[in-house]
Design a protein around this ligand. Sequence first.
Ligand code: ZN
Length: 298
Amino acid sequence: MSSILNHMLKTGILLIFLFLASPLFAAEPEIVKLRENVYAFIGADGAANSGFIVTNEGVVVIDTQGPKELSLVLKKKIKEITQQPVIYVINTHYHGDHTFGNQYFKEAKEIISHENTKKNLVEKEKQHREQFKRFFNEKSLDEFELTLPTKTFANTLSMRVGSVSFELVYLGIGHTDGDIIVYLPTERLVFAGDLLYTGRLPWVQDGNIKNWQEALKKIEWFEADTYVPGHGKAADKKGLKKFRKYFDDLTDEVSKMKKQGKNLDEVIKTISLPRYKNWSKYSEWLGLNAKKVFEEMD
Ligand SMILES: [Zn+2]
């Protein structure tokens, strides 16, 4: 009897230990197969997404992650799926969680982005690195070498790799001044970069919300069924509209508060949009989102 009791006690303690210890193990990114040859790399807990498309000429990678560990996980996941080399990298915008892993994909023939993305990577490097380290950790850029796009464009770029057609499209300033979307017409799929977030509030400090809303309307015109956001799980057209609705609701609320005579500080501190309470970053970023809208209205 006492040995059974002993065993139960030990198992119980072990279970409690595992339960307590589990948050220490960082969640793994998830690989989602969206089409026969199209994969999304969905960051854990809303971290940045990537994508990769396997063709008979090689692999096209969309966004290279930021901290070294995640870029290497992305590389490993691609290797597990195909022996094809990476021949093109596309950066959807300049933010480090999407571009700082470029150095781990130097075998690519070209790294492609909008011209402003390259410009931002060069001109904002110092402040951008500091911001990145604050967000991740002090050591996260110890082995970092800035690896810039080698081919840039201003409006659109079409390419065909193996049997897959790619349309890279710039829709004006949105999340940054250099966001592009990657449209695969045959696969009816869009990699939207950080112009789209799902289940999470957006980071708005670098862009323009009014134009961003216009860009989202344009994305809705594309003939596609699947939209891979920059953060969060892949969505359909409904998910895309839901995100644009967030900006509409945010703008309405800020405008209402302004009409009631509230100043910027009061808006930041007291705004509430309960409908989005379960989106991550709600408590951290709602005030910042409202601030941006308020400033754009002035
Ligand atoms: Zn971003």
